[in-house]
Design a protein around this ligand. Structure first.
Ligand SMILES: C[S@@+](CC[C@H](N)C(=O)[O-])C[C@H]1O[C@@H](n2cnc3c(N)ncnc32)[C@H](O)[C@@H]1O
Length: 295
């Protein structure tokens, strides 16, 4: 099944070349056939290389075509497959091995929208510095960043991760349980914009009070970054010195969030912009914003 794209691209390249030699083509048709042959050969070679550049990587293109706004799954079962991969490859209780397995899956099998190792390190460095008692994450997906946060937490630290998709939350929970971090991590199915239900659960079931949150990691729907941060501020959950980290501000992009932090600079927040790249490749640039609350 994983060889299907390779076979398809090889067949396309060979088909286009055969067409070029077998038929007297109009110049435009000839140009189209050469282009098809070149692109298909490039795609086939990159599939063969095993760690292809993103634009030519089938699983990346499939992800761009398939990610569903409703349930945030690509639609080819890769999230479930990733969970089975971690359970098969990582020793139970070994969080490092679980993170490695997810990175390996994303590089070699199918692209996942995890924060990845490079941007994950920014998150972990902030956690090591802040030593948070409570971290709130918006957007768990399969729980990759939750594993990175969990391993960096100080003793007694807790992560509460809000995930809109029940299916993703269930996968994240299974992986976190296997990695042995479920004593520090809770996945809550919901969204801060659901009219108060999730906020009530954070307060009543997870003990979040005004001033509780030392660090927030925002990594969910890009158009919800600003409204959800405003909900957190309105609830008074942050305190002076709390750190808010936002992923994907450069790509796919959260321009409203960037503008919000620019307007708040030196007043409510002080922001450091990390220039980095999108996960699991080094070609597409991205920005991670790390903002410290001033007052
Ligand atoms: C980019 S992924 C998160 C990746 C994860 N933080 C990691 O690095 O491993 C985005 C996730 O946010 C979830 N999501 C989308 N809108 C949301 C919302 N309003 N509240 C909570 N989660 C949401 C999606 O279901 C998806 O699983």
């Amino acid at each position: 099944m994983t060889r299907l794209p390779l076979l398809l691209f090889t067949a396309m390249a060979i088909g286009a070349v055969l067409l070029l030699f077998a038929l007297p083509l109009h110049p435009f048709a000839s140009w189209a056939a050469w282009t098809t042959a070149g692109v298909a050969a490039g795609l086939a070679l990159h599939e063969l290389a095993g760690r292809p550049i993103p634009f030519l990587r089938w699983s990346f293109l499939r992800m761009l075509m398939g990610i569903q706004a409703g349930d945030w799954q690509v639609g080819d079962g890769r999230e479930e497959e990733a969970a089975r991969y971690v359970l098969a490859k990582a020793t139970p209780g070994d969080v490092e091995a679980a993170i490695r397995a997810l990175d390996d899956f994303s590089y070699r099998r199918k692209f996942l929208i995890n924060v990845g190792a490079r941007k994950g390190a920014i998150l972990e460095q902030a956690i090591a510095r802040v030593k948070p008692r409570y971290v709130l994450e918006l957007g768990a997906y399969v729980g990759y960043s939750a594993l990175r946060i969990a391993r960096a937490l100080p003793a007694g630290g807790r992560l509460i991760s809000i995930e809109k998709s029940a299916a993703n939350a269930e996968i994240a929970r299974r992986i976190a349980t296997h990695a042995g971090v479920n004593d520090r991590v809770s996945f809550v199915v919901g969204a801060l914009g659901d009219g108060g239900q999730t906020a009530t659960s954070l307060r009543d079931e997870h003990g979040i009070q005004p001033g509780s949150l030392d660090l927030v990691f925002i990594d969910h729907a890009k158009d919800a970054y600003v409204p959800d941060l405003q909900r957190i501020l309105a609830a008074g959950w942050l305190h002076a010195g709390s750190v808010v980290i936002a992923d994907n501000v450069g790509f796919p992009g959260a321009p409203e969030y960037r503008a919000y932090m620019q307007a708040a600079e030196g007043k409510r927040f002080q922001t450091h912009v990390h220039e980095t790249t999108v996960e699991y490749q080094s070609m597409i640039r991205d920005l991670v914003l790390e903002s410290t609350m001033l007052a």
